[in-house]
Design a protein. Structure first.
Lengths: 257, 398, 132
């Protein structure tokens, strides 16, 4: 067969394009399939939620940081001195910062430290924007991060209205003072956040922050179960959550009345 | 045709050399960033996107604006653009390449960039942006190259190229719309959460891109013996005039709603921070006002037929348009969206030196590609045109 | 042939560059890897076998780990059923590293020999190794 240079290049180019398209088509086909719905009890739980009883939490005093320390120790969260590069899973913010739209409505709470963490939203914007599905929502409601897949584009940080996500601007390892060998650290260039202690839930344990609280201020449970403790509190007490007007439907509640 | 970029005057090689030096400096700083992480930039947990993504956003506009010469030329047969369309397309090619590079240098894990293709995620706007930008790059490269090759061979371009041209017109609109959607769909970022954003992006793009194209046309006329034609420049300057005023009008609409309603959820805190400073922070105030003043001056010079028609004032107006929109879109919009943070606190942002050098390096890559592509195009056009037919006498070779 | 001198010189330089790894290491034989199985936990095992056969693990441990990674992180699946029906927790720390607590004398042996650099250890913490 006679083939001039131009035809050859054209055919070659088309062939190459086809080769490049093959894996994409393959993935697109696979994407439709439902990934293996886990058989372990933890995943099918329904909708995990955390209730923070602010009355009890404030009784503990401003210096109490048991939950924060327990979480950060369990997950090897680095303590970076530069405030603007800090990694935080759970921390305290003054009421008017955690609930800016409530400013002026509850003067008695002004300046009071509120625990903030990932809200594991029912409709999470971070999951919606992630271009690689490195952050995704599990069937039990946990908004989970796959640090193996994160490309560090930080789109999720722009999308999160709660400032709950931290980026590893530098190698976090030198800033982890006592490493918990049972849990990995993260590496430079990925985003991280609270995982509702999914690793502890899998073993039937409550989250580290809940276990660490001596005042019983943190209650964790399944919102789908009508008899769960969280459900009972929500029925009996006046609770608020952060920025409800954004429609993300947070799963962290604060008892304020 | 590539060989045409390999021969040139000393001035040509000098310019290429300068660009290569800037690319090398940028690459050096990028190596530093790869080694130490994004900590070497001025970005922070509050302002988590900065100069890189700002440049990306601005340059998507420049790329999309090629449609402002392609559409009149191919759909309405505006003959004046015949001599300049190829430069619009090549400007788009280099701008898209810069966009992609800015996304890559912004990634925390650039080695994993293909995860975007390995795990395609249709619910992510960033995924779609990646798709439309790559598509637009290919479209313009294929169209530009084939049209030029046909011109060299003195045959009309193949029919399928024309089909691709028609595809590229809505595609150009789509790239900037999708880029606006990156921002306009995020709850809690009040300054961005605005349905007008895509329209505003397109208007400012159709001002900044053609403004750059006019500047490019003047440079080509000055340093080569090819003349893109005064008629094309006249038509383009009208486009810049209308687009710039539309863009400023849209900005005014946003400012009105925020400032008159005083509803924080319409971006009032960000607008206060950008234009008057807030809680004692005001790094961007001079930049924003410079942008406004340059924009107003440019709008006056472009609307007034006398100043629009004079080369010197037109050039100044185009440069002012470009810089004004660069400041507003390439910095103010992206950085401003993060201020105040979700806790209504203010953390400011300023790029660091390595970050600025990397940014310059990416711009140099784009300019280098633009230079090479224009060199090829001009060589082809000069060869196709007998010297006698040229509207201006032969000048010093490029 | 035009410019044969330039072309041949170019080809020669190209050939030298391409074969660089070969002649750079000429005469420097690296000893074959010897993954060490001598850890306290392995010593205490009655039957010294990994979760799957040695041949399988040798050839496919990286594939297995990748599958585990996705199962544990993405599907929340934390139990692996081996071919012999035995169940193991899907965990690098709790399963693999419990026995192979000697990264430098086990994992690194082959990885270094082959010049592969798995990024597991950027995040996962290798157990402390006592001096030997």
């Amino acid at each position: 067969m006679e083939m001039d240079r131009r035809t050859f290049l054209k055919m070659g180019g088309l062939g190459l394009l086809g080769l490049m398209a093959a894996p994409v088509v393959d993935v697109l086909l696979k994407a439709g399939r439902v990934s293996g719905a886990g058989t372990s009890a933890a995943v099918t739980a329904g909708r995990w939620a955390l209730v923070v009883d602010m009355k009890k939490c404030l009784e503990a005093g401003p210096s109490c940081a048991d939950c924060i320390l327990a979480c950060h120790r369990a997950h090897n969260v680095p303590q970076i001195p530069d405030l603007q590069e800090q990694v935080r899973w759970i921390w305290k913010e003054p009421f008017e910062h955690a609930f800016p739209e409530q400013e002026g409505r509850a003067e008695s709470l002004a300046g009071k430290p509120f625990l903030v963490l990932c809200n594991h939203c029912t409709d999470p914007p971070c999951v919606r924007v992630c271009p690689t599905r490195a952050t995704f929502k599990r069937q039990d409601g946990i908004v989970m991060m796959d640090y193996h897949r994160c490309i560090g584009c930080r789109y999720c940080m722009a999308a999160c209205p709660y400032g709950a996500r931290s980026f590893n601007f530098r190698d976090p390892r030198p800033y982890v003072s006592t490493t918990n060998p049972a849990y990995p650290t993260r590496e430079r260039g990925v985003v991280e956040k609270c995982n509702f202690c999914e690793e502890r839930l899998a073993e039937g344990l409550p989250p580290a922050c809940v276990a660490a609280c001596r005042y019983g201020a943190l209650v964790f449970g399944n919102l789908v179960d009508p008899h769960s403790q969280v459900r009972q509190i929500l029925r009996a007490r006046y609770t608020i959550c952060r920025k409800p007007e954004l429609g993300t439907r947070p799963n962290v509640y604060y008892v304020v009345g | 045709m590539i060989e045409k970029a390999l021969t040139g005057s000393r001035r040509y090689w000098g310019w290429v050399g300068i660009l290569l030096a800037l690319v090398a400096a940028g690459a050096g700083c990028y190596l530093l960033q790869l080694g130490r992480g994004l900590t070497i930039t001025g970005m922070s947990r509050d302002v988590s996107w900065g100069l890189y993504i700002g440049q990306f956003t601005f340059l998507v506009g420049v790329a999309a604006s090629a449609v402002m010469v392609v559409l009149p030329y191919y759909l309405h047969n505006v003959k004046e653009f015949g001599r300049i369309t190829i430069f619009g397309e090549f400007l788009a090619v280099s701008a898209v390449i810069m966009c992609l590079l800015f996304v890559i240098v912004d990634l925390g894990k650039p080695a994993r960039i293909f995860n975007m293709i390995l795990y395609p995620t249709p619910n992510s706007i960033l995924f779609w942006d990646f798709v439309v930008l790559t598509g637009y790059l290919l479209l313009n490269l294929i169209i530009g190259w084939n049209v030029l090759e046909s011109e060299r061979n003195e045959v009309p371009p193949p029919r399928w190229v024309r089909t691709l041209v028609y595809v590229s017109i809505p595609w150009a609109i789509s790239i900037h719309t999708v880029t606006a959607f990156l921002y306009a769909g995020l709850p809690g970022r009040h300054y961005w959460l605005n349905p007008l954003l895509a329209a505003r992006f397109l208007a400012s793009a159709f001002a900044s891109g053609p403004a750059l194209l006019i500047i490019l046309a003047f440079i080509i006329r000055r340093v080569t013996s090819f003349d893109p034609g005064r008629e094309a420049i006249t038509k383009l300057s009208l486009i810049v005039a209308y687009a710039l005023t539309t863009s400023m009008f849209f900005l005014g609409l946003e400012l009105f709603t925020a400032l008159y309603s005083r509803v924080p959820a319409h971006g009032l805190p960000t607008i206060q921070y950008l234009f008057t400073g807030k809680d004692g922070f005001g790094n961007l105030v001079p930049l924003m006002w410079t942008s406004v003043v340059l924009g107003l001056v440019a709008a006056y010079l472009l609307i007034n037929p006398a100043t629009r028609g004079r080369d010197a004032t037109l050039l100044f107006a185009c440069a002012a348009t470009f810089v004004s929109i660069w400041m507003e879109k390439g910095i103010g919009l992206v950085v401003g969206g993060f201020i105040p943070n979700p806790f209504e606190e203010i953390q400011e942002y300023a790029p660091t030196l390595p970050e600025a050098i990397i940014t310059t390096g990416v711009w140099a890559v784009g300019l280098l590609i633009l230079t090479l592509l224009c060199k090829i195009a001009i060589a082809v056009k000069e060869a196709a045109e007998p010297p006698a037919a040229r509207p201006f006498p032969q000048r010093q070779g490029f | 042939m035009y410019d044969s001198g330039k072309i041949l010189t170019g080809l020669l330089i190209f050939a030298l560059l391409v074969t660089f790894p070969v002649w750079y290491h000429l005469g420097r034989a690296t000893p074959p890897p010897e993954p060490d199985l001598d850890t306290p936990v392995i010593a205490g095992l009655a039957e010294k076998e990994c979760i799957e056969s040695t041949e399988y693990m040798r050839a496919y441990h990286m594939e297995l780990l990748k599958t585990w990674r996705d199962l544990a992180v993405r599907s929340g699946e934390k139990t692996y059923v081996a071919r012999d029906g035995e169940k193991y927790p899907i965990s690098l720390e709790d399963t693999c590293l419990k026995c192979h607590s000697n990264k430098s004398r086990f994992c690194d042996q082959c990885h270094n020999y082959l010049g592969v650099d798995p990024n597991c250890w950027n995040c996962h913490v290798a157990p402390e190794e006592g001096n030997r």
